[in-house]
Design a protein around this ligand. Sequence first.
Ligand code: HEC
Length: 102
Amino acid sequence: MKPQGIVLMASCLLLWATVAAATDGKALFDRHCSSCHYQGDNPTYPSRPLFRLYREANGLRTQKDLVAKMRRGGQGMPSFAAKQLSDADAMAIAGYIIRTFD
Ligand code: HEC
């Protein structure tokens, strides 16, 4: 195969992987979080929505910070143990939040 063909195939794979990861994060968010955080809002605790300005004011900046928040839960937020939500799934959700609720 010509080098161009290989480059093309590699870019397709990369694109596919990116799209797959993006879809997963959304699907997982919809399943586990959107009942309380529909479209990033927080009706139970309106001063703590998932948008960057608010999140970062509460020290949640990176994907890891968000995963830690999922693990610990909070005031009205359930904690998600690793057997309910794997590290990979929690990271996918965190990525989705950072990309989507800017
Ligand atoms: C039963 C309702 C409920 C569910 C389900 C829920 N949360 Fe929450 N969440 C809350 C409440 C209430 C707060 C505000 C109090 C607090 O920070 O603990 C909150 C706060 C947060 C915050 C902090 C926002 C800020 O501005 O400081 C993040 C991030 C968050 N939730 C992410 C998630 C993710 C991700 C999921 C799914 C894995 C999830 N939550 C599921 C109720 C929920």
